[in-house]
Design a protein around this ligand. Structure first.
Ligand SMILES: Nc1ncnc2c1ncn2[C@@H]1O[C@H](COP(=O)(O)OP(=O)(O)OP(=O)(O)O)[C@@H](O)[C@H]1O
Ligand SMILES: [Mg+2]
Length: 451
C-alpha cells in the first residue's frame, strides 16, 4: 500500500494503547491515540485518520454509538471493533451499524494487522471506483454529444426525456453513428447512474456462450460449471442493461429473453429458483428491426417490447453542419491523448471533409482526424487523408469469380490483421470500420490466424 497510513486507536486503558501504538508504529503506521469516544470524534473531525480501531467498552458514549457517529461523519472510514469474547452479539450489532469488522480478546496481532490492511485496501479500491464513476459521469454528460444540427437537437431532447424515465429504449442507426454513446449518455443521466451499466454485445460473445453470459449458471449446470456464476442480467439489477447488436440474437435466445422482460425474473442456467430483477433495458441495432420482423428473423413480440421508445441515430451525411464541430472535438481529444500541441486544420481541408459522404459515420470521421494528426507534418493540417472509393484497389479488369467481394474483403482483412499483428482494434482502424464490424466479418469469412 502506498504512503504512511494513519490509524486512530481508542481505548480507555493506557497500557493497551501503548502496546498497540508500538505494534502499529513498527508496521510503519502513523498512530493517533484516544481515551474515549468523545475524544475519538474530535480527532476524526480534525486529523482525518485512514482507519479507526476501538474498544467496545468505553466510558461515556458506547462503542456502538461511536460507530454510528463516525459513519455519520465519514462513511468511508473503516472502523474495527475489539470486544470481549463474551459479547459477540454486541459485535454483530456493531457490524449492522456499519463497523468494518470485529476482533475478540485476547487479540491475535497478526490477524488484527491482516484485517486492518484488508480494510485499507478495500477503502482504496472504493475510492478509486468512486473517482472512476465520477469521471464516467462527466464523460457522458449530455454536453459530450457533439452537434448543433436540427437532427442533433432532436436527439438531445430525446435522450433527455428517455433519461428521465425507465422505459425500454431501442436505438437504431448505421454503424458508427454513436449508438453506444447514446446508450451511455442515457444511463449516466438517469436515476440509475450510480448503479451498474452492463454492456452486452451479442456479436462479440459466441452464440453458445451468450445464454450463460446473460443468465449466469448454477454449479454443475454443464461440464465446466465448477461454481455458480452470476450472469450479466443479474449484475445489471438496479442499473441499466445495454444489449448491443440485438438484431444478431438467435431466435431461441430471443424467446428466453422476452420472458425475462415480461416476468421481471429469470432462472440461472441449471437453476430452479426464479431470481427477481429490475433493470432498465436499452438495445441497439444497425439493422431495421421492423424489416427483420417482416422477414421472420426477429420475434415480433420481442420487437414490440423493446420498441417502447425508439431513438434514431442520424447518419453523419444528414448533418454535415456538425462536421467542423466534431472535427474540433476529436482534434482536442486526440491531441490531449497524444500529449501533442493542438494542430490546426486548414479551411480547405474542412471543406473537403464536408463534401465527403462518411459511410462509416462519426467513427470514420474520428479515425480520419486521427490520421490527419498522426500523418501531417507541422502545425497545420493541409491534407484530409481521406480514404475514398475512388482510388480503386481492384486492378483494371473485369469483375469475375476471383473478384468476388468476399475474396477482396478477406484479403484486405487478413492484410490489415497481419500488419497490426492481429490487434483487432488497430486493424479495424486501418480498415476504417468498427471493431464489431471487423469481428462480424472475421466470423463470417472464417478468418483464422496462420498456424
Ligand atoms: N455526437 C457525437 N459526439 C461526439 N462523439 C461521437 C458522437 N457520435 C459518435 N461519437 C463517437 O464516435 C465513435 C463511434 O460511436 P459509437 O461506438 O457509439 O457508434 P455505434 O453506433 O455504436 O457504432 P457501431 O454500430 O459500429 O457499434 C465513438 O468514439 C463515439 O464517442
Ligand atoms: Mg456500437
Amino acid at each position: 500500500m502506498n504512503g504512511t497510513k494513519t490509524i486512530l486507536i481508542c481505548d480507555d486503558k493506557k497500557n493497551i494503547l501503548e502496546v498497540l501504538k508500538d505494534f502499529f508504529e513498527e508496521k510503519d503506521f502513523s498512530v493517533l491515540l484516544s481515551g474515549s469516544g468523545e475524544e475519538t470524534l474530535d480527532i476524526i473531525r480534525t486529523e482525518i485518520p485512514d482507519i479507526v480501531l476501538t474498544d467496545y467498552k468505553l466510558p461515556g458514549i458506547s462503542g456502538i454509538d461511536l460507530i454510528e457517529k463516525i459513519i455519520h461523519i465519514d462513511k468511508t472510514l473503516p472502523v474495527i471493533l475489539i470486544t470481549a469474547f463474551g459479547s459477540i452479539p454486541n459485535a454483530v450489532d456493531a457490524m449492522r451499524k456499519g463497523a468494518y469488522d470485529y476482533l475478540t480478546k485476547p487479540l491475535d496481532y497478526e490477524l488484527l494487522y491482516f484485517v486492518v490492511e484488508r480494510a485499507l485496501e478495500q477503502k482504496e479500491i472504493y475510492a478509486q471506483n468512486t473517482v472512476l464513476v465520477e469521471e464516467l459521469k462527466d464523460a457522458y454528460g449530455i454536453q459530450n454529444m457533439i452537434g448543433k444540427s436540427p437532427e442533433m437537437i432532436i436527439l438531445d431532447k430525446m435522450i433527455n426525456t428517455r433519461a428521465g424515465s425507465s422505459t425500454n429504449v431501442l436505438i437504431e442507426g448505421e454503424s458508427g453513428t454513436g449508438k453506444e454513446l447514446i446508450a451511455r449518455t442515457i444511463h449516466f443521466n438517469s436515476k440509475r447512474r450510480d448503479k451498474p451499466l452492463v454492456i452486452v454485445d451479442s456479436t462479440t460473445i459466441p452464440d453458445n456462450l451468450l445464454e450463460s453470459e446473460l443468465f449466469g449458471y448454477e454449479k454443475g449446470a454443464f461440464s465446466g460449471a465448477s461454481s455458480k456464476k452470476k450472469g450479466r442480467i443479474e449484475i445489471s439489477s438496479g442499473g441499466t442493461l445495454f444489449l448491443d447488436e440485438i438484431g444478431e440474437m438467435e431466435m431461441s435466445l430471443q424467446a428466453k429473453f422476452l420472458r425475462v422482460i415480461q416476468e421481471k425474473q429469470f432462472y440461472r442456467v441449471g437453476g430452479l429458483k426464479p431470481i427477481a430483477v429490475d433493470f432498465r433495458l436499452i438495445t441497439a441495432t444497425n439493422k431495421n428491426l421492423a424489416v427483420e420482423v417482416e422477414n421472420g428473423k426477429f420475434r415480433n413480440d420481442l420487437y414490440y417490447r423493446l420498441n417502447v421508445a425508439k431513438i434514431n441515430a442520424p447518419p453523419l451525411r444528414n448533418r454535415k453542419d456538425d462536421i467542423p464541430l466534431l472535427v474540433n472535438h476529436f482534434l482536442e481529444k486526440i491531441c490531449k491523448r497524444e500529449g501533442s500541441l493542438k494542430k490546426k486544420i486548414s479551411s480547405q481541408v474542412i471543406e473537403k471533409l464536408r463534401s465527403h459522404d462518411w459511410p462509416g459515420n462519426v467513427r470514420e470521421l474520428e479515425n480520419c482526424v486521427e490520421r490527419m494528426i498522426l500523418f501531417s507534418e507541422g502545425d497545420m493540417v493541409t491534407q484530409p487523408f481521406l480514404i475514398t472509393g475512388k482510388t480503386s484497389q481492384i486492378a483494371d479488369g473485369e469483375i469475375n469469380r476471383e473478384f468476388h467481394l468476399d475474396t477482396i474483403e478477406r484479403e484486405a482483412i487478413i492484410k490489415a490483421l497481419d500488419q497490426s499483428e492481429w490487434n483487432k482494434v488497430k486493424a479495424a482502424k486501418l480498415l476504417n470500420i468498427g471493431r464489431k464490424a471487423l469481428y462480424n466479418k472475421i466470423n463470417k469469412l472464417h478468418i483464422k490466424p496462420k498456424q
